[in-house]
Write a protein that binds this ligand. Structure first.
Ligand SMILES: [Zn+2]
Length: 56
């Protein structure tokens, strides 16, 4: 019998809304950020840019 949602070490979550880079969940750790406001995905780079002063 399989446990529900067999645990994967790497799971594709979606694409970064900034640069289009694929975001994965690694060992339960997301290698990106989910912006709760709009349910958007960002990689760390794009998220930092976004946080660090939203150029324009
Ligand atoms: Zn990005």
């Amino acid at each position: 019998m399989l446990a529900k949602g067999e645990w994967r070490l790497e799971e594709f979550v979606g694409f970064c809304s900034g640069c289009g880079k694929p975001i994965h969940c690694l060992h339960g750790f997301l290698n990106g950020i989910v912006s709760e406001e709009k349910e958007m995905l960002y990689c760390f780079q794009c998220y930092e840019k976004k946080e660090a002063g939203q150029e324009r």
